[in-house]
Each structure stands twice: as structure tokens, then as C-alpha cells.
Design a protein. Structure first.
Length: 313
């Protein structure tokens, strides 16, 4: 069986079982259409059409089921053609990025601004969620790549590549007792209500483990999914914020002061994740290199072929 036979069957039905009109629509001969359909019926072992003499009149019962399958097959073929056309056009298409709020707000803008200059015909979408959610988006083909700190390196189906390291800072108001301190301890932080990320986000695991190892039980009064919310409630005097240093800017966040606490919680790595075996258009390579300059096309291809589940800085 072949696609030509499937197209002949579908067109015969569309042309109200008139094989002459079906042949005209497909730019072929009526005898050729009739012969191809008969050969398909013989191969399947059932009649697709009811006939009166040499004329096709209607579908048989198995013919209805076969037509449904033919429609699905030809629809998938058309989808494949669209995918092929999109991938062949390497300077245009669609690109969907799944990212946590912090990455979408503070990491992606510079890379996307440069990307848009290079590929103005590419339509971009950004989906947000926690690290587990953005990894699942890539696995379900809802996104082309994910950008997050935690979780995405834990999926064996994904290739995980490092972008950069970052550290936590404690953010406080200028009149807070910790504002002028330069070398904070876990004991210092534990004296005050804390505002930080939810358990799935941005290095929260390292924060919890650091206090646990010291035998301290910090009072986390508010958990948030993004740094802007943390800063808002710190400004209201609700506590000490612990968040990513990339989310603090002295010029922009004039009501706050940031005190480095990377020595307490260690380094964190923002990572890019892509699905194993994925075919990448050239502009996806370009975006990955903008986010992770150490990752060239050769390394990325090797990783996607299963050379390693993830790489480290």
C-alpha cells in the first residue's frame, strides 16, 4: 500500500464516488485511480467501496473504518510536510522557551534582545513555571528548551547544560540591623523572619540543608515563586529576603540593601535543558550559545546524541 492509494480513496469519497472527477482533482487518469483502489482492496482483503457494475456507489462498513484511518494518515503526512518546511527555513519559525520567573525576568531579556536582532522572523513564546513544570513542558514537546536552576538536571530524558553560576544574597531595608553587616552567619539570619523562594525554586534546597546541618530552624514567614515578590515584602518590613543575586540591582532596588550570603549556601547553576535526540534549527543553537557561551554547536550535538546526561561548569 502507498500514499497514492490513500489519496485516491479519500478523493473518491470527496467527489461523491465519481472516480472520473477524483482523477481530475488529482491530475491523473480514471483507470489509474480505479486500478490503485482495487489493488489496495486486494492487499487489505476487504472491499472499501460498494459497486454497481463498474461504478462506485458508497463505502462498505470496513471501508468507513479504512477511510477514517486514511484521513488520519494523510493528516499526519501533511503535518510532517509543515514541520519539514518550518525546519528547512532556518531563519524563521517558532521558538518556545520554558523558564522560571527569575530566569525569564533577569536572565533571558539580554539574550532575547540580541536573538531578536539576529532572527527577526522567529516568533518567540515564554512559558513560566517551577523547575519541574518547565522540564515537563520540554518532555511533552510544549517547549523547545527549558531554563531553570533546580530539577532539570535530574531528568535522564533531558540533556542539561550549564549557563552560569550565581549566589544568594540577603536583602534588607536600609534601617535593618543586618544592613551594615558584611559577613553574615546562619545564626544571624535565623534571628529574623525570612522571606525566600518556594521549595521547588532557585536553590531553596541548599538554603534548607544549610540551616539543617547547623541545627537551626529558621522562621520562613513567606515563600514566593519569584524575586520581585520577595523584594516587595522585604520593603514592607516583613522580614529578611534570601534570593538570587542576579535579581538585585542597586540602582533599581533603591529601598533595599543586598548582603552576600553565598558563603553560607554555596554556588547555584542555571541550566538549559533540551530533549534527547531533538533536531535543532540553527536559531536554537544561536539562543543556546547566547545563554551559555561555552556551549558550541559541536558540544550540543554530542550531548543531544547521548554523550552525557548533563555537563558541569
Amino acid at each position: 500500500m502507498n500514499l497514492h492509494q490513500f489519496r485516491f480513496v479519500r478523493e473518491a469519497v470527496r467527489q461523491n464516488f465519481n472516480l472520473t472527477e477524483a482523477a481530475k482533482a488529482l491530475y491523473t487518469s480514471q483507470p489509474g485511480v480505479s486500478k490503485a483502489i482495487i489493488e489496495l482492496e486486494e492487499e487489505l482483503g476487504v472491499e472499501i467501496f460498494r459497486r454497481h457494475g463498474k461504478r462506485v456507489r458508497s463505502l462498505t462498513e470496513p471501508g468507513r473504518l479504512i477511510l477514517a484511518s486514511v484521513e488520519r494518515i494523510l493528516q499526519e503526512v501533511e503535518s510532517l510536510k509543515r514541520v519539514g518546511a518550518e525546519f528547512a527555513a532556518q531563519d524563521q519559525g517558532n521558538l518556545t522557551i520554558a523558564a522560571t520567573h527569575t530566569q525569564a525576568r533577569y536572565v533571558l531579556p539580554a539574550a532575547i534582545a540580541e536573538f531578536r536582532k539576529r532572527y527577526p522572523k522567529v516568533h518567540l513564546s515564554i512559558l513560566q513555571g517551577n523547575p519541574t513544570q518547565v522540564a515537563e513542558m520540554v518532555l511533552r514537546d510544549q517547549a523547545d528548551l527549558a531554563v531553570a536552576t533546580e530539577a532539570i538536571a535530574d531528568y535522564p530524558e533531558l540533556t542539561s547544560l550549564p549557563c552560569f553560576q550565581w549566589f544568594h544574597v540577603a536583602v534588607v531595608t536600609h534601617d535593618h540591623p543586618l544592613a551594615e553587616r558584611k559577613d553574615l552567619s546562619l545564626e544571624d539570619l535565623a534571628q529574623y523572619p525570612l522571606i525566600t523562594y518556594g521549595s521547588a525554586f532557585a536553590g531553596r534546597t541548599k538554603i534548607d540543608k544549610a540551616f539543617e546541618r547547623r541545627g537551626l530552624a529558621p522562621d520562613v514567614v513567606l515563600e514566593a515563586i519569584d524575586s520581585d515578590v520577595i523584594k516587595t515584602y522585604v520593603e514592607l518590613g516583613l522580614g529578611v529576603g534570601i534570593m538570587s543575586d542576579m535579581a538585585y540591582n542597586a540602582e533599581r532596588d533603591k529601598l533595599l540593601r543586598a548582603v552576600p550570603v553565598g558563603h553560607l549556601f554555596g554556588a547555584n547553576v542555571t541550566r538549559i535543558a533540551l530533549k534527547h535526540g531533538t533536531y535543532l534549527r540553527s536559531y536554537i543553537y544561536a539562543l543556546v550559545e547566547l545563554l551559555s557561551p561555552e556551549t558550541n554547536r559541536k558540544l550540543l550535538d554530542q550531548a543531544l546524541r547521548g554523550g552525557s546526561e548533563h555537563y558541569e561548569l
